[in-house]
Write a protein that binds this ligand. Sequence first.
Ligand code: ARG
Length: 458
Amino acid sequence: MKMWGGRFDGEPDAGFMQFSSSISFDVRLYPYDIECTRAWAEALAGAGVLSTDESRTVSGALDSVKEEFDSGAFKLSPDDEDIHTAIERRLVELIGSEAGKVRTGRSRNDQVATDTRMFVMDHCARLAAGIRRLQTALVDKAADSLDIVVPGHTHLQQAQPVLLAHVLLAFVQMLERDAALLNGASKAADSLPLGSGALAGTTIDVDREALADRLGFSGVSANSLDAVGDRDFACDMVYALAMVMVHLSRLSEQVILWASAEWGLAELGEAWSTGSSLMPQKKNPDSAELVRGKTGRIVGDLLALLTTLKGLPLSYNRDLQEDKEPLFDAVDTASASIEVMAGTVATLTFDRERAASLAAGGFMTATDLADYLAEKGLQFPEAHGIVGRIVTYCIAQGKGLGDLSADEMLEFSELLGPDALEWTAAEASAGRRACTGGTAPEAVARQIALAREMIAGD
Ligand code: ARG
């Protein structure tokens, strides 16, 4: 069944019809299209275009269509160019040509805009729940590892000791911002286009506010030309998902580094890693690598979407059909990536001995030693200079800061008393950073408590 054959004498080119068809990907909008059609039929009954009986018959038939889709029994016909056509065609088959009345006063333009907004609102909520699961896995791991101190880096160079839990919790904050972005995208979608018709508004006297309420929107669009051509909410969602993926990619990179023999800090659960077909010893962090790898796809989805919208004349243009594949791809890829990362994080194990030896080596507490001297009365620049010379000496001797004896220390300054060595232990260094947001165990414990409240707060 074609929805538009009237003014055409000939048949469309078969190759072009295939090119123009969107059913292969928009079929997944069926639950939204069915609810949107049901609500429209009721609104038409309210406006006297359909009788109450007719609206009930349509609603019953829509239940059957929904069941057919849910069970996989729905048979697509070659002429179903999109989900809207397919559902109307099936309605006509089920209840006769009367079903065509539901098209009155409605266009696929306001219909697809409505369906897509419903999809976005629904999936923003689902993705936010996934983010909560991943945040919980990170917070649980953090709570389990409050006693582990590891090297903290800037420029990927060892900088200062930090709690491993502090590192894990940094990702919880990133994900919290992502949840807020998704919430914003959902709000951007929360305005009902139905009733806008093709572009100029419907002639039927429908109660749009009631329609909005019925379909889960908190308001109606104010301008029909804008409403049928607006896909900003889809951009917002794909941008939010691109940020999710950028954050997951950074988390992945961290996990991959930790799992390397050079770090030797973390081991992935067997369920979330793979072996090599050639090298029998290998255990590869493929889950994290794939998440990192898929990030590019979603950034590409955002670019595709923005480029599609750029330069479009007002209202509906067929280009807008190209919104769905990037949107769906971003939703599917991000959802799967969040679940994979949640599983990967939940089953990570840390090597406490290795962490202790990593944290003890090197010069990560050089700043603490300078602070120590400053506390004993030296100007910080002078203290900085002395510790710099100590570091040069250690490098020449092949030693770390922690390997120095009390006598060696004294060579550099008589202010460096015997307690200087304890002062420069990694745990002591971390322990002094008790400010809010700092890496001291009590500050991190407070961070965990706040993160748990934040996660439970929705
Ligand atoms: N499949 C179309 C889309 O996704 C539905 C709207 C078609 N409207 C039209 N006037 N051809 O955008």
